[in-house]
Design a protein. Structure first.
Length: 279
């Protein structure tokens, strides 16, 4: 592992290290963790869409572009979310397309099908490239219907601005830190990209903290005790979260597509796995 190098870009700190692809990494310590849920995307469903026993769709344009001025219409079409073989891997492929009237993509979630509080949550993914793409692997509090965002809490395990193929970020949204004021941390490559290979994105979450990882490199630890200007909702009693995967187009995070943005493009997910720590 090479030495850390610190770069200051747009007032943010990026810790740059040499990565390897997720298939070559030991993802968890098997003596400390037990698998509680996964989707390996190895066995296509009859209609080639995400397994309905594990995933459901968010559909439409959402209110104010899902609260972010996003441009896409989310669908349940197989053209936007399907099983696919890619670079020798069986994957979920989420594809953003341009239509005659705008853009279409997919956003899927485990709400009501799998929810967990605490543990390790990870996904091995390859991202698209281009201005206006916004791929994400994230979580929301399962009590969102009773406690609307941001009171439910949000954990962004991985987000990427498509025009920055060597940088990803993780974030926490909760009362006191939401919208344009989350707790956000960035991680990047010097000479490698997230759109040219698969990489592993993960958090490890317990009662006291949330750790953010890229390819098993811990790049940020957020401790509950250090948050003094908001309500840390992540250790509330009986508060599981569910998982979301989506590929947005446009919006506040990374801006809208331009004339150089190529469509269609896809986000590939090799697997999603969830673990709990062995007592």
């Amino acid at each position: 592992m090479k030495q850390h190098k610190i770069f200051y870009l747009a007032l943010s700190v990026f810790t740059l290290q040499l990565f390897t692809s997720c298939e070559k990494m030991e993802t968890v310590d098997n003596t400390a963790w037990v698998l509680t849920w996964s989707d390996e995307f190895n066995e296509p469903t009859p209609d080639n869409r995400p397994d309905p026993n594990k995933w459901m769709y968010d559909l439409g344009h959402g209110e104010n572009g899902w609260g972010n001025n996003e441009l896409q219409n989310y669908t349940d079409k197989v053209e936007n979310a399907s099983y696919s073989e890619h670079e020798g891997r069986s994957c979920l492929k989420i594809t953003a397309t341009r239509t005659g009237t705008g853009y279409e993509s997919a956003r899927i979630k485990t709400k009501g099908k799998f929810e967990q509080q605490y543990g390790r949550f990870e996904a091995c993914m390859k991202l698209p490239y281009g201005k206006g793409y916004w791929p994400a692997f994230w979580m929301l509090g399962a009590d969102i219907d009773q406690n609307p965002w941001p009171a439910c809490g949000e954990i962004d395990i991985m987000e990427n601005k498509g025009y920055q193929p060597n940088i990803v970020s993780g974030a926490l949204h909760f009362p006191g830190h939401s919208g344009s004021n989350p707790i956000t941390h960035f991680y990047g490559y010097e000479d490698k990209r997230f759109d040219t290979d698969f990489h592993l994105f993960a958090i490890e979450w317990d009662e006291e903290k949330i750790d953010f990882f890229v390819d098993n490199v811990l790049y940020k630890r957020v401790k509950a005790k250090d948050v003094t200007d908001g309500e840390w909702v992540y250790n509330h009693s009986n508060k599981p979260f569910f998982i979301l995967l989506n590929l947005a187009v446009g919006g506040n995070f990374g801006g809208n597509p331009n004339d150089n943005t190529e469509f269609p493009q896809s986000m590939y997910v090799d697997y999603v796995r969830v673990y709990k720590k062995v007592d």
